[in-house]
Write a protein that binds this ligand. Sequence first.
Ligand SMILES: C[S@@+](CC[C@H](N)C(=O)[O-])C[C@H]1O[C@@H](n2cnc3c(N)ncnc32)[C@H](O)[C@@H]1O
Length: 272
Amino acid sequence: MHVPVLKKEVLEILGPQPNENFIDATISEVGHTGDILERIAPNGKVLGIEIDSEIFKNIKPKERLIAVNDSYVNLKQIVEKNNFKPVRGILFDLGMSSWHIDESGRGFSFLKDEPLDMRYNVSQSLTAQEIVNKWPQEQIENILKEYGEERLAKTIAKRIIAARPIKTTFELKRLIPGKTKPARTFQALRMAVNNELNNLKIGLQQAVDILEKGGKIAVISFHSLEDRIIKNFFKNNNSLQIINKKAIKPSKEEININYRSRSAKIRGAVKK
Ligand SMILES: C[S@@+](CC[C@H](N)C(=O)[O-])C[C@H]1O[C@@H](n2cnc3c(N)ncnc32)[C@H](O)[C@@H]1O
């Protein structure tokens, strides 16, 4: 099960009140949305978006919850289609859920021997296998550098080309030199497969367009590349006022209970 991170902090930033409407752009297992729904009772609604159709089909119908199987890059369109206005707040809780690692069987973790897939949206054609087996060395090197901040990007890219075809996580892990952390290569591939940084930029812009005046946006990220995008977006957007100058991190207690939260950070802003 996915344990929601920074629960208290999300509620502090978004400040949901009875009868207000919120969007959860990454609803997954309805963790944060469960709390928001309680606070906005009796009439407030949540519009929840989830890109992964397998996760989506496990979302149980709930009163005052509208769940949509789509990507938040289509946020504006989804809001219009569902006539969901005014919007008092929007939450993004980025990346994958625990389910992706533990149960999807799609090769998100280097600790499990699975086919290299890494798609959130299984109907898209690009997979991690396609990248490692078809992309030119230079392009692989670039994503390892850019999305994985991997110093040995060139070496690893070379080894990938030489070892083709590569079908599984363990076949890929074997190519990563001794002391280097496989997590960086795996992160880079996942971000490339799902176009995560571009999607984030598009989603943030649409979120600001949709929010009503005084409405709030909260974004939880899990690595520095995402956090930088969010920080700069908030800083450079004239219609936003930053709520917390410094990103808020989970307490020691939360990290002890939920190890996955250790790299989480949350930033919030208000629409002027
Ligand atoms: C960290 S989890 C969110 C957990 C959720 N807040 C909860 O408490 O249950 C992130 C979710 O976002 C989904 N996701 C990733 N990219 C997405 C996108 N572009 N549009 C919509 N959902 C996306 C993933 O499939 C995953 O289920």
